[in-house]
Ligand binder design. Structure first.
Ligand SMILES: [Fe+2]
Ligand SMILES: [Fe+2]
Length: 470
């Protein structure tokens, strides 16, 4: 039975011709399905969902739409096309041929990088497991499940690399990826943001906007890797990641739009009694999700990041478009830091500031989305501006983990922070309010009262299309 299933796995890595790999994936696949059934979308596994499935990497192949029950989803293994004669673009191996096999001296580090990336994929499925019960529409429900099955595919992508290139340790790591659980006290997922709850749909949209975007930047820097199979896997994953961020940006945007409509209709900013989410509460959710996502980039000054770069394992965002020596031997990079309780800018060696540079690229990208949200608010004639909080705000990792600052960047004492925290982050009561709005709407074309409909449907289908067959 498992063999039949494997033959149904669309792939461009010739699984059928590689007996050792085929056997390893056959052994792992039932455990994957057990994991999916145990921790994947609750209560929707037997329903037909209108989903996109990748069956090849070319322009026509990666977006095939049709109804499928999620446990029967064809989780494929795809690497982007191999570039001819690809050369390593940075670090001490710059100019050498890209590696098709893992160099022995980098084996442990590369495995760690792949496992850390791989661990985030199932984690987000676990975090989003309960959301189906409170979907604001069938359109949104379908988008949630699309994100979920693709995160499952991303796990397959990393597990393929572990099985194909890391022998027994790789197989053990692949098993462990199915054993950790988001938020579990004894076996948590590796990174902090992936152990947080995603309790409501506003959180889900913020998560896909901010945290999946961290994924985009991590994948983009791994797409530069000298280890070619990793680079090619990540390049293909990026095409799917774009949809996840679309779900986040439009989800928050539609929430904002509905809030603005209610504000104008009732001539008040306090739209709670009309079932909307006030803009200042949306700002608090933004503050939370942005700050926990910033932590995912790691410490501002990091010798690990410098080593990954020097070894050629993990590059900068769009490495080859940067005009410098790609070795960073003497270059510096501005990094903000804390000195005597104040926030200052220092010039650090660019090599150790690799994380911070990637974070800068990420922040600039987030800002563009926030600008588009603000345009929605302005178009309703409302005087309110959403802002990304200061990057030192609410941090648990790096130079700012020891201090408290306001979203504007003013340093606070511990007592001041305790006294004012509720001004900046959602309170239990506010989260309970948002939660109270989360009532399921499952009639095609209908939407919950707190969110506006989208401009258009998925794959040119109408908005009232039956995206999920109940
Ligand atoms: Fe992913
Ligand atoms: Fe994603």
């Amino acid at each position: 039975m498992a063999i039949d299933y494997l033959e149904r796995i669309p792939n461009n890595v010739d699984i059928a011709d590689n007996r050792r790999l085929k056997r390893a994936l056959e052994a792992w696949q039932p455990h994957y399905l057990d994991w999916w059934n145990e921790t994947g979308p609750q209560a929707w596994q037997d329903k037909e969902i209108y989903l996109r499935t990748a069956v090849s990497v070319d322009a026509n192949g990666w977006a095939n739409f049709g109804y499928v029950r999620m446990p029967e989803y064809r989780w494929g293994i795809f690497l982007a096309e191999q570039a001819k004669d690809r050369r390593i673009a940075f670090g001490i191996h710059k100019g050498e041929e890209a590696w098709q096999e893992v160099p022995g001296e980098y084996r442990a580090v590369l495995r760690r990088l792949i496992v850390t990336q791989g661990d985030t994929e199932p984690a987000s499925v676990e975090q989003q497991r309960h959301l189906g019960a409170t979907c604001p529409s069938l359109y949104d429900l379908r988008n949630l499940f699309q994100v979920n099955v693709e995160e499952g595919r991303h796990l397959w992508a990393m597990v393929y690399l572990l099985h194909a290139h890391f022998g027994r340790d790789g197989r053990e790591e692949a098993d462990a990826l199915l054993e950790r659980r988001s938020g579990d006290a004894d076996h948590p997922r590796i990174l902090g943001a992936f152990n947080e709850k995603t309790p409501d749909w506003l959180s889900f949209f913020m998560f896909t906007f901010f945290t999946d975007r961290d994924g985009k930047y991590q994948l983009a820097s791994l797409a530069e890797s000298a280890f070619d199979p990793l680079a090619r896997s990540c390049r293909f994953m990026l095409t799917e990641e774009a949809h996840h961020m679309f779900v986040g940006e439009t989800g928050v945007g539609r929430t904002i739009e509905r809030s603005c409509q209610l504000m104008n209709e009732h001539d008040t900013a306090d739209i709670r009694e009309y079932g909307g989410i006030p803009l200042d509460l949306i700002q608090k959710y933004l503050n939370f999700h942005f700050s926990v996502s910033l932590d995912l980039f790691g410490a501002e000054v990091s010798t690990n990041a410098a080593n990954y770069y020097t070894m050629g394992l993990k590059g900068r965002f769009q490495e080859e478009r940067i005009d410098d020596d790609h070795m960073l031997e003497d270059a510096t990079y501005p990094v903000i830091a804390v000195e005597d309780g104040r926030i200052v800018t220092r010039h650090e060696p660019a090599l150790t500031a690799i994380n911070e540079r990637l974070r800068d690229d990420y922040v600039a990208d987030c800002q563009k989305g926030v600008d588009r949200w603000n345009r929605i608010i302005r178009n309703h004639g409302i005087d309110f501006e959403l802002k990304l909080p200061h990057r030192a705000f609410n941090r648990a990792i790096g130079a700012f983990s020891g201090i408290h600052v306001t979203p504007a960047g003013d340093v606070l004492s511990e007592d001041e922070w305790q006294a004012r925290r509720d001004e900046f982050l959602p309170t239990d009561e506010e989260r309970a309010y948002v939660n109270s709005l989360m009532v399921p709407v499952t009639e095609p074309g209908k939407f919950a009262g707190w969110i506006a409909p989208p401009r258009r449907g998925i794959n040119n289908k109408p908005i009232d299309f039956e995206y999920v067959k109940l």
